[in-house]
Design a protein around this ligand. Structure first.
Ligand code: FAD
Length: 466
């Protein structure tokens, strides 16, 4: 086990200056504290500081600077690349900062930087309100929002980062700033989809919308041998569906014995998942075409509480399993794109893996691309390739499958990818430059202004060789 190069005395002084736990490598909790959602990630920070509030965060940032430690910020710990932890440096762990305060009159929610989407849904749904999150409620608000945020409400209400009203952040020099469209506005621009690395966000203020509590949902599955035909029908469907409808398709085996009849458990399937942000009776009608493609294997669609729908897949992505996810923004869903997507779904080495098509457009395209650092507004679809597997002996085969799929399907894309499905950030800065295009120079200028010594985000470069 790596030993802390910082003397005990300095650690003790740090400990007395913060309310949260400070966990060095010889602490009994160290291995639990350094573990993140993706079981492939195995990093050994020098220290982990579980902050309890802004004062702890400011103190932790100062401690890192004084001791020449780089900093990884842990929100929900769900980034597939493991950017919430680092080797050697200090992890500023926000997992005890999960408070949410709703203002039902103003329709806003103030959310602490370490909250998960389940925390937000729980508080906001008490008032029949919601803000766009992701499709798994255990995921962290922090990383998801800083990278953009595509969830079940995106076509009607935009990305998570589109719903930000203000952001409270501790920067590398220990200042506590608020960023809005009118205050520290360039910083606010970069925090909306730029992927973080500019400081520790202690609070996000989101706009809320009336949603639910009951919403019409769709989750219907067809035999995988009909995937191409179903994807063609899906392409036609989303071209005319109203913005209230947000859907995605997922093609994979999904071997769930509890869900499927025995004869199809191990067979390839294509599923459509989505919901309607509006009155449930209208939604059932609007989603019906996806349920009428003929002879489904199973159909779990129906009206249900929005907060429950958000949790549908929580158990399918257990902590500590092995994951490698990449993505590409697609120019369209052409015949040849559909053909290759089906091929890659059929050849996945793990039955738990899927190839997904996320519908974009709608409210996402209502926002001027210059307004935020998020870069995917031009694309009608996002291709997500998820390798999910259990045994470390299969690491290479699964990672290779995803990389080969991306290399092959790049022909249907301008090569840009969604920052929150990044693989291990292969290609480093060059890949980010391709992805951000004109926004890249603006982001570099922000980094130079707010974090000139590269205190934050040590992982992008470290991972670029993978
Ligand atoms: P972390 O690993 O904690 O953080 C990710 C990055 O953000 C790190 O670099 C971290 O330093 C930084 N960061 C996090 N919080 C803060 C903060 N408060 N201040 C400063 N920096 C911070 N994405 C979608 O858009 N839609 C989905 O539906 C979706 N579903 C997912 C489902 C699962 C099961 C998983 C694992 C991921 C999913 N994602 C989805 C991807 C998700 O957006 C990313 O994994 C995201 O990084 C998760 O955020 P986090 O806070 O949990 O991650």
């Amino acid at each position: 086990m790596a030993q802390s190069p910082i003397g005990d005395e300095r650690i003790e002084r740090f400990r007395t200056g913060v309310h949260g736990d400070v966990i060095p490598s010889d602490d009994d909790d160290y291995d639990d504290a350094r573990a993140v959602w993706n079981g492939i990630i195995d990093k050994y920070p020098t220290l982990i500081a579980r902050c309890r509030g802004v004062a702890d965060v400011i103190r932790a940032v100062e401690f890192a600077r004084e001791n020449d430690l780089h900093v990884a910020v842990r929100g929900g710990g769900h980034n597939v690349a493991g950017t919430a932890v680092c080797d050697d440096g200090l992890v500023i762990d926000l997992s005890e900062m999960r408070g949410v305060r709703v203002d039902p009159e103003e329709r806003t929610a103030w959310v602490q930087g370490g909250a998960a989407w389940a925390d937000v849904d729980h508080e906001t749904q008490a008032f029949g309100l919601a803000t766009p999150g992701g499709v798994v409620s255990k995921t962290g608000v922090g990383g998801l929002t800083l990278g953009g945020g595509i969830g079940h409400l995106r076509c009607k209400y935009g990305l998570s980062c589109d719903n930000l009203r203000s952001v409270d952040i501790v920067t590398a020099d220990g200042r506590y700033l608020t960023a809005t469209v009118d205050e520290n506005e360039e910083l606010f621009w970069g925090l909306r989809g730029g992927g973080g690395g500019l400081g520790v966000v202690t609070g996000f203020e989101f706009e809320l919308h009336p949603v639910g509590p009951e919403v019409a949902t769709c989750f219907v599955l067809y035999p995988g041998e009909r995937a191409a035909e179903c994807l063609r029908a899906y392409r036609e469907y989303v071209a005319t569906a109203p913005d209230e409808v947000t859907t995605l398709s997922s093609t994979g085996v999904m071997p769930d014995e509890g869900l499927f009849p025995g004869d199809v458990v191990d067979e390839l399937k294509i599923g459509f998942l989505g919901c309607y942000a509006g009155p449930p009776e209208e939604g059932e009608e609007a989603l019906a075409p996806l349920r009428e493609l003929g002879d489904p294997i199973a159909d779990f669609s129906g009206t249900m509480p929005y907060a429950e729908f958000q949790q549908t897949f929580d158990e399918d992505y257990p902590d500590g399993m092995r994951y490698y996810w990449k993505s590409l923004y697609l120019d369209g869903l052409t015949e040849s794109a559909i053909d290759r997507i089906c091929y890659w779904a059929e050849t996945a080495p793990s039955p738990l893996s899927t190839v997904d098509i996320w519908e974009l457009g709608g409210a996402i395209t209502d926002i001027d691309p210059e307004e935020s650092a998020f870069v995917g507004r031009h694309a009608p679809f996002l291709l997500g390739i998820e390798a999910n597997w259990e045994d470390s002996a299969n690491d290479e085969a699964n990672v290779e499958w995803v990389r080969d799929c991306v290399a092959d399907t790049r022909q249907f894309s301008d090569g840009s990818f969604y920052l929150n499905f990044p693989g291990f950030f292969e290609g480093g800065e060059a890949a980010l430059e391709t992805t951000f295009g004109a926004a890249y120079e603006r982001l570099i200028a922000l980094k130079d202004e707010y974090d000139p010594a590269d205190l934050f985000d040590p992982n992008r470069d470290a991972n670029s060789a993978n």
